[in-house]
Design a protein around this ligand. Structure first.
Ligand code: ADP
Length: 266
């Protein structure tokens, strides 16, 4: 579903006094290769600044490639519909309630979402938005504004809104970075249901960026380790899909293997 070959992404550099020498850009992705089949979930880990978010934005079609190629379903990312991105700060409209935010997801975004909306009335959108909120445990907060919800509830509302558009590719940027430990675990269980397809259509592909190794191993059917704008290794995760993974020793052993790769061991 996602194919990147030698992908390079540059950000233009500010031209402040004294910075006119050197390249006019910062290279965030530098010849990155990635191949991801439909229906899989890829967790991307790596040190801060290695290009994880940039990779997500490139897959979402928000930043252009300066070199190499990137295709999602054989198309340039910016030309396709069906991709939903949940930003780190959730991107909810503060002046709309949780329910209204998710209803917007039913209406907006992808062509698939718009076609789906044509088939449904506004009332049906409302029912669907409510059932998505209930599914993610925020039904009780449907009429609250984002500022009245906890961090975990806001994050789950943002995912519900992303799914309302019926995407086939869900991109999550540091999805649980601002949650406390218990909210994080319940959020991760909800996302695991999506990644492992017990709670989602079989063809949903998920890419999530995280700095949390345990989250990556819990949620990724494969785990990509990034460094300096490239993917250093992709590990298949045979443990993926078990909601009780945290009770298994192999989980922590796998996490240790990822940590060692991150620390630069061969
Ligand atoms: P990560 O998500 O792994 O922390 P990012 O993708 O955010 O990394 O950033 C990769 C590199 O690109 C970093 O060096 C960062 O400073 C740079 N960068 C990110 N966004 C911008 C931007 N909007 N303008 C200029 N440079 C940026």
């Amino acid at each position: 579903m996602i194919e990147a070959r030698g992908l390079t992404v540059d950000y233009p550099r500010g031209r402040r006094a004294g910075r006119s020498a050197g390249p006019a850009f910062d290279r965030a992705l530098d010849g990155l290769d990635l191949s991801l089949p439909r229906g899989s979930s890829l967790a991307v880990v790596g040190p801060s600044g290695c290009g994880k978010s940039t990779l997500l934005y490139a897959i979402a079609g928000l930043v252009p490639a300066a070199g190499g190629s990137l295709h999602v379903d054989d198309r340039p990312p910016a030309e396709r519909s069906g991709t939903a991105l949940v930003f780190q700060d959730y991107g909810l409209f503060p002046w709309k309630t949780a329910l209204q935010n998710v209803e917007l997801g039913c209406r907006g975004g992808s062509r698939a979402g718009k076609e789906a909306q044509d088939r449904r009335s506004r009332g049906a959108d409302r029912d669907r938005a409510l059932s998505l909120l209930e599914h993610f445990g925020v039904g009780h907060g449907a009429d609250k504004y984002p500022a009245e919800l906890s961090g975990g509830e806001r994050q789950r509302t943002a995912i519900a809104r992303a799914l309302a558009a019926e995407p086939d590719l869900l991109l999550l940027d540091e999805p649980s970075s601002s949650l406390d430990a218990l909210s994080k675990e319940s959020f991760q269980r909800a996302v695991l249901g999506l990644c492992s397809h017990s709670d989602s259509p079989k063809n949903l592909t998920v890419v999530l960026v995280t700095h949390d190794i345990e989250e990556a191993v819990f949620l990724g059917s494969s785990v990509a380790v990034m460094e300096r704008g490239r993917i250093r290794a992709v590990l298949d995760n045979p443990l993926f899909g078990d909601p009780s993974l945290r009770e298994r020793l192999e989980y922590y052993e796998f996490c240790l293997g990822v940590r060692r790769l991150l620390e630069g061991e061969p």
